[in-house]
Design a protein around this ligand. Structure first.
Ligand SMILES: Cc1cc2nc3c(=O)[nH]c(=O)nc-3n(C[C@H](O)[C@H](O)[C@H](O)COP(=O)(O)OP(=O)(O)OC[C@H]3O[C@@H](n4cnc5c(N)ncnc54)[C@H](O)[C@@H]3O)c2cc1C
Ligand SMILES: NC(=O)c1ccc[n+]([C@@H]2O[C@H](COP(=O)([O-])OP(=O)(O)OC[C@H]3O[C@@H](n4cnc5c(N)ncnc54)[C@H](OP(=O)(O)O)[C@@H]3O)[C@@H](O)[C@H]2O)c1
Length: 286
């Protein structure tokens, strides 16, 4: 089941006090770091509200005050794991996008709005136990998996985690690539899960519109069996494999059909099965 999040500009819940120099922002958090990956993508970290509890893979509403004083809020997957002291986000820069045309200019020390009500379907509890866990993402759909890949619970529940990430160009893969490479060499994870931890977290990045060592859509690499041959894994089965999908609506629909072809069924928080789906964004295109 995927969630339909209304992309609305929510009304302000608090009006600025004329007595103060700066208007008070409800649910304000402070930006602690920003990194631009290219002219389309950036990541940033913010302080974490002391009371915020979430399951890795969930999303929250974040935003900035609009010119009319009303906050512009959008759904964002939390890219950091639930044990992290701060919150990390991985964002697109939509030209003329109501939120991201402003958000892309945030700097350390700035404030953003964060509504502390995490929700979402991409959580480990929505899957039945299995051997291998597949994360299937395009573009910023990697964000919830950036959280889940850093959550030890993923490795407690599954023997292997496989991150398949596809973008049009190679530079769009860099946030995910850096994160996975660091994790695969993390001494703490090697201590917890053994020296061969790098074999428990497999990475399969591909591009579709620029030459790179690995090419092709996730759907094609699954149906042709190329990814199984390249990684030395058996074909996906309903008995051993579980999956989480996050990309555009078209991607989600096509991957869902591929997984159903392997015999997997879509689950939900209330009814765990073999795979779960969530949209990485609403809309047809920029
Ligand atoms: C459950 C959920 C989780 C999300 N998590 C993230 C996240 O972690 N990171 C993130 O960058 N965005 C995420 N989004 C999208 C996000 O909510 C906003 O749409 C995005 O920040 C752009 O906001 P905007 O106001 O600038 O433009 P909008 O008016 O919201 O979007 C304008 C158009 O840009 C395109 N677009 C929007 N977001 C994306 C995207 N991420 N990738 C490619 N095209 C896009 C769509 O075609 C959309 O119609 C998520 C959306 C949903 C529903
Ligand atoms: N990324 C860019 O450089 C760029 C630049 C300007 C504007 N935009 C616009 O921004 C929007 C989002 O772009 P995006 O690149 O983040 O997302 P996207 O268009 O969804 O593409 C991301 C990746 O997913 C693949 N993909 C798309 N649909 C699929 C499907 N049904 N099944 C399997 N794989 C699928 C694409 O392969 P294919 O390449 O084979 O489609 C691409 O590798 C698009 O509407 C696009 O027009 C993107």
């Amino acid at each position: 089941m995927s969630l339909d999040i209304p992309v609305t500009d929510a009304p302000a819940t608090q009006t600025p006090s004329p007595k103060r120099d700066k208007p008070t922002m409800p649910d304000a958090q402070t930006v602690t770091a920003v990194k631009h990956w290219n002219d389309r993508l950036f990541s940033f970290r913010v302080t974490r509200p002391a009371s915020l509890r979430f399951r890795s893979g969930e999303f929250v509403m974040i935003g900035l005050p609009g010119d009319n004083g009303k906050p512009i809020l959008r759904a964002y997957s939390i890219a950091s794991p639930n044990w992290d002291d701060e919150l990390e986000f991985y964002s697109i820069k939509v030209p003329d996008g109501p939120l991201t045309s402003k958000l892309q200019h945030i700097k350390e020390g700035d404030q953003i709005i964060l509504r502390p009500k995490p929700v979402g379907t991409l959580v480990l509890d929505a899957l039945l136990p299995g051997k291998r866990l597949w994360f299937l993402a395009t573009g910023t759909g990697l964000a919830p998996f950036a959280s889940l890949m850093r959550d030890p619970d993923s490795y407690e529940r599954f023997e292997q985690v496989i991150m398949m990430h596809t973008c049009r160009t190679a530079d769009e893969l860099n946030y995910g690539r850096e994160l996975v490479e660091k994790l695969r060499e993390d001494p703490l994870l090697a201590e917890m899960y053994g020296e061969d931890f790098h074999e428990r977290l497999l990475y399969y990045p591909t591009t579709t519109r620029e030459d790179s060592p690995r090419m092709g859509r996730i759907t094609d690499n699954l149906t042709s069996g190329k990814v199984f041959a390249d990684l030395g894994l058996p074909k996906i089965t309903a008995e051993d494999d579980r999956a989480m999908i996050c990309g555009s609506l078209a991607f989600n629909v096509d991957v869902k059909a591929v997984l159903e072809g392997f015999g997997l069924r879509e689950g939900a928080n209330s009814e765990p099965k073999e795979f779960v789906v969530e949209k990485a964004f609403v809309g047809d295109g920029i």
